[in-house]
Design a protein around this ligand. Sequence first.
Ligand SMILES: [Ca+2]
Ligand SMILES: [Ca+2]
Length: 397
Amino acid sequence: MRKHYPLAAALLAASLSLHAQTQIIGGSTGNGDFEAGSTGWTLVNGNQPNKWVVSSGAAAGFGGAQSLYISSSPAAPYQHQYNTSARSLVYAVIDVPVPAGSKMLWMTYDATNVGEGTFDPYNSGAVTDGLRIYHGPTSTPVVAGQYLNGFIPHGFAAQPTWVRKRVYPVDVTSYAGSSIRIIFEWENDNNGAGSQHPVAIDNVEFFTSCQNATSASASGSNVTTTTASVGWNTVPGATAYQLRYRKVSDPETAATWAAPLTINGNSSYYTVLTGLEPGTDYQVQVRTVGTACNEYGWPSTFRTQVITATSELRWEGATVRFYPNPVRDVLTVDVAHAGAPGRFRLALVDGQGKTVRTSVLRPGRNEMAVSDLPAGLYHAVVYEGGKARSVRLVVAR
Ligand SMILES: [Ca+2]
Ligand SMILES: [Ca+2]
C-alpha cells in the first residue's frame, strides 16, 4: 500500500528579477509551455488505454497552441477525454537541473481536471481518477502501469476550469549541482465512473533558491481584513531582511514588489503589512542582506479576511456557511454536521433557473471556483435526500 504525503497548493504568479529566485524552467525555457511538443519530457504510456499527449485538443484556457493532457484517442486528433472503464497508470517525466548551492525548489503550473474524487489533504487516495506529482533522483524507474514508491505526491481532481497551482517547496540540498526527477502521474480506475475531462497541464515553471530558512508566512490571527503580520526565521550573518509583497493578481511592477521593505537587524523576525485589501490573495517573499546568498526564499500566499457577510443554512444539526457573499473568484462552503460524508449536494443556479455548478459537499471546507461565471444573482441550493434549502448569492466582477 502506498503512503501519500500530499502537499498543499495555492495561487502564484511567477517572477524573475535581479537577485530574485532562479527560474530553471518556464515559458520556452525547458519547454515548460509545451509549444515545442514533448521535447525535454518523457511520456511513459506503455500500452495503457489513456495516455499523455502533447497536442492542441485540451479544454480551452491553456496558453499558446499546445498543452500536456490525457487522451484515449489512439491517434491524432487527440480528444481531451478518457475511457473510464479502462484502468490506466501513466507518467510524464522531466529531469530538472538544480544549480549548485540550491536549497529549495518549487513549481507552479496551470492545470484542469474533472476526473473522479476530490483531493483530500489527509487521504490523497480519495482521488481515484486524478493527477499526482512525485519527485526523486533521476535514477527513479518509471514504468507505465506500475506504482511509484516513497515519493511525496501532490495532486488533485474536481477542477473543471484552468487554475494556477503551486507546489510547496522541496529541499533540494542533496540535488544541488545535479538534477531532480519530477513525475506527473495520471491514474484512473476501471469503475466506469468519472467525468470528462481528464487532466491537462501547461506553463510549468520551476524555481530554485539558495535561501532555506527565510521563507516568510502569515496566517490565522496574524491576518486581518487590512493587515498581516508576516514572520520569518532569522539567518546567521544577516544584517537586515528585505520583504516584498503584492496581490497575486498584481503585475511584478507593483510598487510593493518592485521596491521591497527593508527591516534592519539580524534578530528581526517579523513585520506588519498595512493598507491591504479585504478578501484578497497576497504573495510574499523575504531575503537576507549581508549574506553570500541573497535570493528570495520560496513565496507564500495569504488571504486577508473578508468584510462581506456570511450566508448560512441551518437544519437538523447541520450548518452550511457560504462566504464571501458577494463572491468574485472562489466561493468557500463550510459544512458542519455529524452525518455521513456526501450527505449534502450543492447546486448553483443562475437567475434563469439554469444549474451552472454541482458538487458533493464534504464535511469541513469546500471551495468552488466561480471566476468564470457572469456577474449576477444566483441561488446556492443544498440538497439532502429529497429536501432542499437555498440562499441567495451574488457573483460580483
Ligand atoms: Ca502551451
Ligand atoms: Ca473512475
